[in-house]
Design a binder for this molecule. Structure first.
Ligand SMILES: O=C(O)CCC(=O)C(=O)O
Length: 346
């Protein structure tokens, strides 16, 4: 069989001294690095989860509530996921992206409904300007339904990633309980609203870029799921929109960055927002980030929690299935807006 020619960004741009023209964004849509807030004093809140299941629960839930209200983003430390588990998943992701193109391309696909696929940019079929990123996307819950489809090269891939998925799922569920309580809902309200639950992850690979001011790793977008737990390496590149300004989130080793997705905005009837964020690239180093997208199952029906709807807070969204929402997300390509507008009641 003839080898499949790689369409991956890493292979297309390897050794480039200029950004190839197809990656250049129009002038009004570029990172504008001089306008980004870099100071750690203005970064997203860092919440210490030590004592979350005991003596500090009330205090931590208050902190989660404030972070969700003010930022839609926070970081967590002392979260219970062992450093070795985190280091292993980062290492195996890096090894995967350093495999020869012929090996990586075995899982290449542009079909967003494939449960395992390596792809590039975001949705190449729905965008005018591609982004400077490759990504391996995996469905991970229930693990036994998907693990056999995952790459088996590098040899430790399945074991390292499965261990990571299980631990991150545990953390996601604990955090969702905290978010639920912070809204005055039963601890398991959000968990029950997600049906059978879904968990997807991406391994994002951003090659070094000779002119990072001309392109994005990923342009501004909101996540379609309920909550995202992002791991980033020590390079940095994530930026979060706060009060109309982009804040750079400096990497803190072994912490997770947590952000609320569109389903949380709908369930909370707009008390909490799904915030735009983006990834920029740099000229020195490749970068890896690993988001876990915790989500409802496709058949779960999402609607504002009845307890958060009253005369002063009418329901902002109609009921919809997550499957319906998710299809719209991929079809529209990444735009500086969420898909939620399509499900508004007014
Ligand atoms: O790489 C990052 O820091 C952000 C990744 C992200 O937003 C995504 O994969 O949806």
């Amino acid at each position: 069989m003839a080898a499949l020619k790689s369409s991956l960004t890493a292979d297309l741009v390897s050794g480039a001294t200029h950004v190839p023209s197809q990656f250049i964004r129009p002038e009004h849509d570029r990172p504008n690095f001089d306008q980004v807030i870099q100071s750690s004093d203005h970064s997203i809140p860092l919440i210490d989860l030590h004592g979350f299941d005991g003596s500090r629960r009330t205090e931590i839930i208050k902190q989660i509530g404030l972070a969700c209200q003010d930022y839609g983003f926070f970081q967590v430390k002392n979260h219970g996921v062992k450093e070795a588990v985190i280091d292993n998943v980062m290492a195996v992701a890096k090894e995967f992206f350093h495999l020869p193109a012929s090996e990586r391309m075995k899982v290449y696909s542009e079909d967003p409904y494939k449960t395992v696929r390596l792809s590039t940019s975001f949705n190449v079929k729905a965008e005018d300007v591609p982004s400077w990123r490759d990504y391996l996307r995996l469905h991970c819950h229930p693990l036994e339904d998907y693990i056999h489809e995952w790459p088996s090269n590098p040899p430790s891939f399945r074991e390292d990633v499965a261990e990571y998925c299980k631990k991150v799922r545990g953390l996601a569920v604990r955090l969702l309980e905290g978010v639920s309580e912070s809204l005055g809902l039963d601890r398991d309200y959000i968990s029950k609203a997600l049906g059978k639950h879904g968990q997807h992850m991406a391994m994002n690979y951003y090659p070094p870029c000779p002119e990072p001011e001309l392109t994005y790793g990923l342009p501004g977008h909101a996540d379609p799921n309920v909550v995202t737990l992002l791991l980033q390496d020590d390079v940095g590149g994530l930026q979060v929109l706060k009060d109309g300004k982009w804040l750079a989130v400096k990497p803190i080793p072994h912490t997770f960055i947590v952000n609320l997705g569109d389903q949380m905005q709908a369930l909370s009837n707009d008390r909490y927002k799904s915030i735009l964020h983006r990834a920029v690239v740099n000229s020195d180093k490749e970068r890896i980030s690993i988001p876990t997208f915790y989500c409802p199952s496709y058949d779960a029906v999402i609607e504002p929690a009845p307890k958060l709807v009253d005369d002063d807070h009418p329901a902002q969204y109609r009921s919809f299935s997550y499957g319906e929402f998710y299809g719209n997300f991929w079809d529209k390509g990444l735009k500086n807006e969420t898909c939620l507008g399509m499900f508004k009641t007014n």
